[in-house]
Design a protein around this ligand. Structure first.
Ligand code: FE
Length: 203
C-alpha cells in the first residue's frame, strides 16, 4: 500500500455488524446472496447515482457548469447540494469521440459515494479490479459496450484521496430533451464507464 493509495479505513461497528449478520443469514439459509445483492442494487440505483446523473445532465446543457465540473468535481457536486463522506476529492473524466474512460479501484472499492451511491458488488470483485486494467476492452464487451478500434480506453484507479466519475457524451437525438429527461438517460454504469447513455434505454 502506497502513500498515494491509502484505503484502510477501520470498519465501523455498524459495518462489522452488517457483515456478520449477512454471513449468519446466508449460512442459516435465511437469506440468499442474490436477495441481499438485489436490495443493495436497489439502493445503488435509487439512492445514489441520480445525483451524479443530475451533474452530467447539467454539464450537457450548461457549458460553464461542465468546465467547473472538469476543474473541480467536488465543488460542482456541492453546487447541486451533493457532498460528504467519500466525496471530498473527486475528479470528473470526460468521454470524447476519441477517449473513453472507465473507473476502478484496483486495491479495494474506493468510489464517489455522494454522487454514485454505494459501489455495486461487481465493482468490488477481484476479477473486475484486475481485468479492467489488463484487458479493459474485453471487460467492456462483457458489459455490452463495443467501442471503435480508434477509441482510446483510459482506466482510472480510484483511491481514498481521489475518486473518479465519468462524464459521458450526450447521445444523439436528445436535442429537445429537458435537463430532467437527460438525467434519466444517465445510469450508474455510464458514470463508471462500463456503459454509455442511450436514448430509449433509460436508467
Ligand atoms: Fe480503494
Amino acid at each position: 500500500m502506497t502513500e498515494q493509495h491509502r484505503h484502510a479505513r477501520p470498519k465501523s461497528p455498524q459495518e462489522l455488524r452488517a457483515a456478520a449478520l449477512e454471513t449468519v443469514l446466508i449460512e442459516k439459509g435465511l437469506a440468499s446472496t442474490d436477495a441481499i445483492d438485489a436490495l443493495v442494487d436497489a439502493f445503488e440505483q435509487e439512492i445514489g447515482p441520480q445525483n451524479g446523473a443530475r451533474m452530467v445532465a447539467r454539464a450537457w446543457v450548461d457549458p460553464a457548469y461542465r468546465e467547473r465540473l472538469l476543474r473541480d468535481a467536488a465543488g460542482a457536486a456541492a453546487e447541486l447540494g451533493f457532498g460528504g463522506a467519500e466525496g471530498d476529492h473527486m475528479r470528473a473524466v470526460e468521454n470524447t469521440p476519441d477517449v473513453h474512460n472507465v473507473i476502478v479501484c484496483t486495491l479495494c472499492s474506493c468510489y464517489p459515494w455522494p454522487v454514485l451511491g454505494i459501489p455495486p458488488v461487481w465493482y468490488k470483485s477481484p476479477p473486475y479490479r484486475a481485468r479492467v486494467v489488463r484487458e479493459p476492452r474485453a471487460v467492456l464487451t462483457e458489459f455490452g459496450l463495443e467501442l471503435g478500434p480508434d477509441v482510446e480506453v483510459r482506466v482510472w484507479d480510484s483511491s481514498a484521496e481521489l475518486r473518479y466519475i465519468v462524464l459521458p457524451m450526450r447521445p444523439e437525438g436528445t436535442d429537445g430533451m429537458s435537463e430532467e429527461e437527460l438525467a434519466e438517460l444517465v445510469t450508474r454504469d455510464c458514470m463508471i464507464g462500463v456503459a454509455v447513455p442511450r436514448v430509449g434505454a433509460a436508467a
